[in-house]
Design a protein around this ligand. Structure first.
Ligand code: COA
Length: 163
C-alpha cells in the first residue's frame, strides 16, 4: 500500500473523518479550508494513493508568534534574544479506525520535517505543540519535544534539532 501526505484541497472528503475527538473533527470539517484559503494555517492529510479522497489522518501547522525566551526549558535558553519566533503543530489526528498503526508517528515526523524546511526560508527557532493530556505529552516527548517548566502540556523542540 502506498501513502501520500498532501496539502488539503477540494478533493478531500472532510465529512467522513472521525478521530474520536469532536473538536478535531469539527475543526477539520468547518475551519481547515477557510484557514488554508486565508493562509492562517496549513493542513496536510495522509491518504492511501488508491483512495485519495479518504483522510486517514491530518495535521495543521501555523505560526505561533513570538515566545519569551524566559519561558523555554533551561537548556534551550542559551544565547537567544528576549523573544524568539516560533511555529506550532496546531492539530494532529488520525481516524479512529486507523489509530495505533503508526500513522500518527508518520504525520508527526512529516510535520517536523516540513517545519524545518520552512525555517530554512523564513527562520523560526522553535516548534511548539499543545498536548491534550499528559499521556499525549508523553507521545510527543518520545519524538524529542520537551515540556515547558511552567506547563507540562506545552511542549517545545528547537527546530535546529529536527533531524
Ligand atoms: C494521538 C494520535 C494522533 C496518535 O496517532 P496513532 O496513529 O494512533 O499513533 P501511532 O500508531 O503512530 O503511535 C505511535 C506511538 O505513540 C503511542 N501513542 C499513540 N496514541 C497515544 C495516546 N493517545 N497517548 C499516548 N501514547 C500514544 C503509541 O503507543 C505508539 O507507540 P508504540 O508503537 O510503541 O506502541 C491518535 O491516537 C489520535 O488521533 N487521537 C485522537 C486525537 C488526538 O488526541 N490528537 C492529539 C491532540 S494533542
Amino acid at each position: 500500500m502506498a501513502f501520500s501526505i498532501l496539502s488539503l484541497d477540494q478533493a478531500h472528503d472532510l465529512k467522513s473523518f472521525n478521530c474520536g475527538n469532536t473538536a478535531l473533527n469539527t475543526w477539520l470539517q468547518n475551519t481547515s479550508r477557510q484557514h488554508q484559503k486565508k493562509n492562517i494555517s496549513r493542513t496536510f492529510v495522509l491518504v492511501q494513493d488508491e483512495s485519495p479522497a479518504t483522510i486517514l489522518g491530518y495535521y495543521a501547522l501555523a505560526i505561533r508568534g513570538l515566545t519569551m525566551t524566559e519561558a523555554l526549558p533551561q537548556n534551550m535558553k542559551k544565547s537567544l534574544p528576549l523573544n524568539v519566533p516560533t511555529m506550532t503543530l496546531a492539530r494532529l489526528a488520525v481516524s479512529i479506525k486507523e489509530q495505533r498503526k503508526g500513522y500518527g508517528e508518520r504525520l508527526l515526523l512529516d510535520a517536523m520535517k516540513r517545519v524545518k524546511t520552512a525555517s530554512r526560508l523564513i527562520g523560526g527557532g522553535f516548534l511548539f505543540v499543545d498536548a491534550k493530556d499528559i499521556k499525549l505529552a508523553g507521545f510527543y516527548a518520545r519524538y524529542g519535544f520537551v515540556a515547558l517548566p511552567s506547563d507540562p502540556l506545552i511542549l517545545v523542540m528547537p527546530i535546529e534539532k529536527i533531524p
